[in-house]
Design a protein around this ligand. Structure first.
Ligand SMILES: Nc1nc2c(c(=O)[nH]1)N[C@H]1C(S)=C(S)[C@@H](COP(=O)(O)O)O[C@H]1N2
Ligand SMILES: [Mo]
Length: 342
């Protein structure tokens, strides 16, 4: 194991005190927000503005910054709140979401992806879906954008390093995509492969990980409605540093499970070996569910620092079981020893 490898996930929780912060949203606020969401869902007419959804939730009372790669063309006039898919936490500012990134293909510092990812060529972009399926498919990005209605999903993202964000993603359930290829009964897991092109990705010169970046999910995790194939954030086309043109978002797992810039999806019979597990198996397991009670070998996972909420001295928040999505996904792991299957 090289030293560079351990440079990932170096942000140890500082030992500052932890206040029991309540994430409970007052009922009145919650109801108002719900009405807003429902109102927008019905307001199809708002789509007139260049296919943009009408005044989105994140534009209400929060700075709606539009300076990224442009509006997501296929974003429908629809916002769907899957049970648990909407969080009431304050959104992480756009600037933080797009300048504080992990995308090692573009460098290992948090600011590297925003600086370097402009060389990523996101068109044309083909995605191959194959393996234990009846109908293997190669789809280009325009077909993928049109494959299912786009939804906005506000999810918490919890990095294994001990920081978190709240991001309004745009995309659709991965299940919509996987159904197209008709998985066989042998399809027990799904593997995701990121693009690995040294000409576009300067980080590939480093051997910090074995490229391409590979991640995996169990089939039931992949088919779970919360598992999102995301094409944008904050109503915009996905910024390159966030994994354009298409990245996975699995909100109840540590961030590294959410592979970026996906070019290949394979349905397989055996449990995949993901890049981080291959690099440091003792520290990064296949499941990597967010769990405040199972510590990383080098730091506690009990609390987290919410990016954009002030500096290092802002009290850390308690980390929630399954990142707060226990009601939705807990039963997937019924009877499993979560220490063993970390
Ligand atoms: N291909 C690829 N995907 C990746 C990573 C990476 O280095 N390469 N980093 C992961 C990690 S550790 C995290 S926390 C999230 C960060 O996503 P964000 O930069 O959009 O917040 O992306 C994940 N997906
Ligand atoms: Mo991460």
């Amino acid at each position: 194991m090289s030293f560079v490898r351990t440079s990932h996930h170096l942000l140890h929780p500082d030992s500052g005190c932890t206040l029991p912060e309540h994430e409970v949203t007052p009922q009145a606020v919650y109801l108002r927000r719900r009405q807003l969401l429902q109102g927008l869902a019905g307001a199809g007419a708002l789509a007139g503005a260049g296919g943009l959804i009408g005044a989105p939730a994140w534009a209400q009372g929060q700075a709606a910054v539009v300076k990224g790669p442009g509006k997501l063309p296929a974003l429908a006039a629809q916002r769907t709140a899957v049970a648990g898919g909407v969080v009431m936490d304050k959104l992480t500012p756009y600037d933080d979401v797009t300048t504080y990134n992990n995308f090692y293909e573009f460098g290992t510092d948090k600011s590297d992806p925003a600086r370097n990812a402009h060389t990523l060529k996101t068109r044309p972009w083909m995605v191959r879906i194959e393996g234990e399926v009846l109908k293997p498919l190669t789809l280009d990005i325009d077909q993928l954008l049109k494959l299912a209605p786009m939804e906005e999903r506000i999810y918490r993202l919890r990095c294994v390093e001990g920081w978190s964000m709240v991001i309004p993603w745009v995309g659709y359930s991965l299940a919509s995509l996987l159904k197209q290829v008709q998985p066989t009964s042998k399809a027990k897991y799904v593997e995701f492969y990121t693009l690995a092109d040294a000409k576009q990705m300067p980080g590939l010169r480093s051997s910090v990980l074995d490229w391409p970046y590979v991640e995996g999910l169990r089939m039931d995790e992949a088919m779970h409605p919360l598992t999102l194939m995301a094409f944008g954030l904050y109503g915009e086309v996905m910024p390159k540093q966030n994994g354009a043109p298409m990245r996975l978002v699995v909100p109840w797992k540590y961030g590294f499970k959410s592979a970026k810039s996906i070019v290949r999806i394979r349905l397989v019979e055996r449990e995949p070996v993901s890049s981080w597990t291959a690099a440091i198996p003792r520290e990064y397991g296949f499941y990597s569910n967010v769990n405040p009670k199972v510590d990383h070998p080098r730091w506690s996972q009990a609390t987290e620092r919410r990016i954009g909420e002030g500096g290092l001295f802002t009290p850390r928040r308690p980390t929630l079981m399954f990142n707060g999505y226990e009601a939705q996904v807990g039963q997937l792991y019924a009877g499993m020893d979560l220490r063993k299957y970390y």
